[in-house]
Design a protein around this ligand. Structure first.
Ligand SMILES: Nc1ncnc2c1ncn2[C@@H]1O[C@H](COP(=O)(O)OP(=O)(O)OP(=O)(O)O)[C@@H](O)[C@H]1O
Ligand SMILES: [Mg+2]
Length: 264
């Protein structure tokens, strides 16, 4: 079986156009993500996580190696891949429903179908009643949910998420994690989710990929063998297997941070 996403010997070097200074962000990163898998990615700050996601999204070309989606090399952005990046805010001049419909409009999906998709995703993210609101009328967590719904509504096969919940409070974060978990279960999308938060990585991932400090490579892949249906925060955190896995991932990350030479 071919992987949904295949990352092969990926390397990336940034060159400052003014100073010519070089930073090797990724080096020899190889990784397969199966169809329908939820892979979380953790690693020390500056190890190249955002770089990896940007390359997968087709936003920057790698300097070495390749990434394939369904066996085809990624050469630029595509509708098969949706991104939820922290800095990609939703459009402030569009209401919740028109933000969610945005990707579908670009794809030329007819109005009736668009409306049906919007209804479905508004329900899914728990924002019924807020369809006509503008982003400035929403809380940070709600905005984040709209961003997730907008990407989901466009129906990409692959979702690339870079710390999408980093800026919301702890309580909202748990709600969003549980919602994303339900969405993952319902839609069976292939998801690559970058986070700093080890608990979040273990809670959400089918596997958790730990990257080594810069230049980023795969240090370990930790499988999380807990059924998705059992992944409510209450059930999950009371499962001793969760604590053990969290400790294991945390130790792997700490080794990289404490090893020195990294950025953080
Ligand atoms: N546009 C750029 N030009 C030059 N260097 C860059 C650029 N973007 C990132 N880097 C460098 O590449 C390395 C990896 O950056 P990246 O943003 O991918 O890390 P990260 O793992 O996402 O970090 P964090 O966890 O802090 O978000 C860092 O050393 C960073 O300084
Ligand atoms: Mg980053």
């Amino acid at each position: 079986m071919t992987a949904k996403i295949a990352v092969q010997g990926l390397g990336h070097e940034y060159v400052n156009p003014f100073t010519r200074e070089r930073v090797l962000a990724l080096d020899g990163l190889t990784l397969d993500v199966a169809d329908g898998e939820f892979l979380t990615v953790v690693g020390p700050s500056g190890c190249g996580k955002t770089t990896l996601l940007n390359i997968l999204a087709g936003l920057i070309p790698p300097t070495r190696g390749a990434v394939l989606v369904d066996g085809r090399p990624v050469t630029g952005p595509g509708r098969d891949r949706g991104v939820v990046f922290q800095e990609f805010a939703i459009l402030p001049w569009r209401t919740v429903e028109r933000n969610i419909a945005h990707g579908l409009e670009i794809q030329g999906v007819p109005k009736v179908e668009r409306a049906a998709a919007v209804r479905r995703f508004v329900e899914l993210i728990g924002l019924a009643g807020f369809e006509k609101k503008y982003p400035h009328e929403l809380s940070g967590g709600m905005r984040q949910r709209v961003a997730v719904a907008r990407t989901l509504a466009a129906n990409p096969e692959v979702m690339l998420m870079d710390e999408p919940f980093a800026s919301v409070d702890a309580q909202t974060r748990i709600t969003l994690q549980e919602e994303l978990n339900a969405i993952a279960q319902a839609t069976r999308k292939t998801i690559l989710f970058v986070t700093h938060n080890v608990e979040e990585a273990v809670f959400l991932g089918d596997r958790c990929c730990v990257l080594a400090r810069r230049p980023g490579r795969v240090k370990a892949l930790v499988p999380v063998d807990i059924p998705r249906a059992r992944r409510t925060w209450k059930l999950f955190t009371s499962d001793p297997a969760f604590g053990a896995m969290k400790d294991r991932v945390l130790r792997l990350v700490r080794e990289e941070v404490e090893g020195g030479g990294g950025d953080g």
